[in-house]
Design a protein around this ligand. Structure first.
Ligand code: ADP
Length: 454
């Protein structure tokens, strides 16, 4: 096992990794920008190194500074968390050159799956269903138009290097495809440094169902069931749960087998997620793979009774997986991402948490780096906490989450807590009838109620 690990991240995930290291008896090194001096990940780590000014491009994304911090402190391994450098194959390669272990998949796997157009091809070759669409990146607007005619409208144009819900365009009208292709490709080139685009059929109201997979260095690859992340705004996840109300044992088995097959095709090591879209008729299609730990990993931990971050570290140190595949979920878990945002317009609301009281009690887990008087800086994502409830069944998980939201007190910034309180009593949500159009329909129901009340 490693003696010392550097955590190339901030916020709740940096703290989560420190927790795992403590339990394993591993020393930790925190890196931080000047804006994060007062962060808990700095407080709780054994050592800390300031790596630059607030903008992440000058600190958390600065490969030279992070490597220098690892060299100075003698860290033997780096855990990247999610976001920042977590899916940067070049960073993983530089670490290898410096004889520092990378807690994640091999750089070539990150590269192969990080290009979403290429990942689609890997899936096709592995016999995993994908939506009708591109086999390689689209060359020009005429090619996009021809392909869209072939698969049928509506279609979605996606940036091969896109992520976080950005770089996507839904096109419903053939007259718009050429123009949309040109602007989307230009935007992608600016945002991601790569203008490659691909195209696939757009589904009207699918569910987002993803599988947690895990591989070790000894050739074992398993899945740990699914997470339903259909409740999204602007293609970004808000609520995640496991198991999905849309899967029975047979469909779970088939989707899980497809996820493992794809992971095997790239000899996957460490934690990863295979994302699918699940259509109403039970057909499912590979969407993309995330080659890192996900924000929503706690719901899997709760129902499977495992510690995915500890497992990541063990596996990176060469140990075999400590669990097998085919585990049945125990009960039900739901997570809400609580952000410092205006919940109506989803505008960031950074600032000081003048009051903070975190809920607890049976079945409640709160993953957070915040504390009373903490100032949420404007430079990074606006997450305050992840609130996760676990119950014997979905009903108990919902009841616990509602109760915990009532007891979750934040003052000083606006948060998404009021929005979650409304979602958790929404009849469609309570029946488990959700799709990626949920938020749109939920807002329409709310507007309808307001009209009726006038
Ligand atoms: P990102 O990497 O930016 O998260 P994804 O490819 O994972 O992008 O897609 C994010 C979300 O966009 C999905 O969860 C889904 O809501 C929507 N989406 C993506 N592709 C399609 C599609 N072909 N049809 C319908 N919705 C889609």
């Amino acid at each position: 096992m490693f003696k010392k690990i550097l955590i190339a991240n901030r916020g709740e995930i940096a703290l989560r990794i420190i927790q795992a290291c403590r339990e394993l008896g591993v020393e930790t090194v925190a890196v931080h920008s000047t804006a994060d001096r007062d962060s808990l990940h700095v407080t709780y780590a054994h050592e800390d190194v300031c790596i630059g000014p607030p903008p992440s491009s000058s600190s958390y994304l600065n490969i030279g500074s992070v490597i220098a911090a690892a060299e100075i402190t003698g860290a033997e391994a780096v855990h990247p968390g999610y976001g920042f450098l977590a899916e940067n194959a070049h960073f993983a390669e530089v670490l290898a050159d410096c004889k520092i272990a990378w807690i994640g998949p091999k750089p070539e796997t990150i590269r192969a799956m990080g290009d979403k157009a290429n990942a689609r091809r890997v899936a096709m070759d592995a016999g995993v269903p994908v939506l009708p669409g591109s086999r390689q990146p689209i060359g020009d607007a005429a090619e996009a138009a021809a392909l869209a005619d072939e698969v049928g409208y509506p279609v979605i144009l996606k940036a091969a290097a896109g992520g976080g819900g950005r770089g996507m365009r839904i096109v419903r009208d053939p007259a718009e495809i050429a123009g949309q292709f040109a602007t989307a490709s230009e935007e992608a080139a600016k945002a991601f440094g790569d203008g490659s685009m691909y195209l696939e059929k757009y589904l009207a109201e699918p569910r987002h169902v993803e599988f947690q997979i895990f591989g070790d260095r000894h050739g074992t690859i398993v899945h740990l069931g699914e997470r339903d992340c259909s409740i999204q705004r602007r293609h970004q996840k808000l609520v995640e749960e496991s198991p999905s109300t849309a899967l029975d044992a047979e469909l779970r088995q088939r989707m899980g087998a497809a996820a493992v097959r794809l992971a095997e095709a790239v000899s996957y090591e460490n934690a990863g997620t295979i994302e699918f879209l699940l259509d109403r008729d039970g057909s499912f299609y590979f969407m993309e793979m995330n080659t890192r730990i996900q924000v929503e990993h706690p719901v899997t931990e709760m129902v499977m009774g495992v510690d995915l971050v500890k497992e990541q570290i063990r596996v990176a140190a060469g140990e075999p997986l400590s669990f097998g595949g085919g585990m049945a979920p125990r009960g039900h878990a739901i997570e809400c991402r609580i952000n410092a945002e205006d919940p109506e317009r989803f505008m960031p609301s950074p600032g000081r948490l003048t009051t903070l009281h975190l809920p607890g009690g049976p079945g409640i887990r709160v993953d957070t780096h915040t504390y009373q008087e903490y100032v949420i800086p404007p430079y990074y994502d606006s997450m305050v906490a992840k609130l996760i409830a676990h119950g014997r069944d979905r009903g108990e998980a919902i009841a616990r989450l509602r109760r915990a939201l009532d007891f979750f007190i934040v003052e000083g910034v606006k948060t998404t807590i009021p929005l979650y309180k409304q979602i958790l009593v929404d009849p469609a949500f309570c029946r488990g009838e959700v799709s990626t159009r949920f938020m749109e329909e939920f807002r329409a129901r709310q507007a309808g109620e307001e009209d009726a009340g006038e």
